[in-house]
Design a protein around this ligand. Sequence first.
Ligand code: C5P
Length: 287
Amino acid sequence: MDKIIIEAPAKINLTLDVKGKRDDGYHELETVMHPISLVDRLTLTKADDDIRIESNCELLPRGKNNLVYQAAKLFFEKTGRRAGVNVFIEKNIPIGAGLAGGSTNAAGTLLGLNNLYQAHLSPEQLWGLACQLGSDVPFCLIKTSALAQGRGEVLSPLPKIDKLNFLLVKPDFHIATPEIFKKLNLSEIENSPDTKAFLIAWQEYDIIRLASEMVNVLEPVSSAQHPEISAIKNMMKSLGALNAIMSGSGPSVFGVFTDLTQLKNAYQHFKQNYNEVFQVSSYVRRE
Ligand code: C5P
């Protein structure tokens, strides 16, 4: 096998709580992460040497700044293989959006190279490499809903439930995650998620309760800089979403819908003003 195609799904945070600041500068998180059907496709082709990146997306860095490059470099270092790879990234996930687009590409690269080069790295070894690449990368390896704690790398997979349906809107600006964490004042958090209640609603597949327990403590910080986030959220709710919140550090906003006609109408509404609007559902792993 000289070539492999990997699906790399985006994630949304159905809850996001920050429990404290750590000595290493990161924050202690408690967040329910959920992969969605908005996917990038990575085509990895064996090469003799070097790591080359191409993409349909012009904005994407091709060199060492791309997490795909860093993931491939780490893989070759860890396995001691003197080889290279050409990676074509079919980019569908918006960049700088709070959807883990870069992280899921890095995770996909690790999974793909492990397969392509028959390296037999164990899930634990891949997890170790993922932790070095970023806080969201370990989650992106498992492609299934999970409670993430610690920096984001301590994962407890959740039981499978039927698909949820979402509208996702990415306004036309980027947000830098470190800035938002820096601006977050833990003593000023007014509304944090009741993660236990959310997980009970999940177990019972009580969508109304599950939606009402969706809270992201980073949202007020990002919305203060960009009031458009709150405007999108409120509009989604008025168009029929059971609830709508920001994903990650933003700026993407998603709403949960049970009525597919309302979802379609809301999609049409937002499409009039935004380029990046997606009707998505929970990601279903193929393998
Ligand atoms: O781990 P990653 O490089 O993806 O994190 C990006 C930034 O997000 C970090 O540099 C840090 O500012 C912030 N972050 C944090 N606590 C976490 C995860 C991320 O403060 N648990």
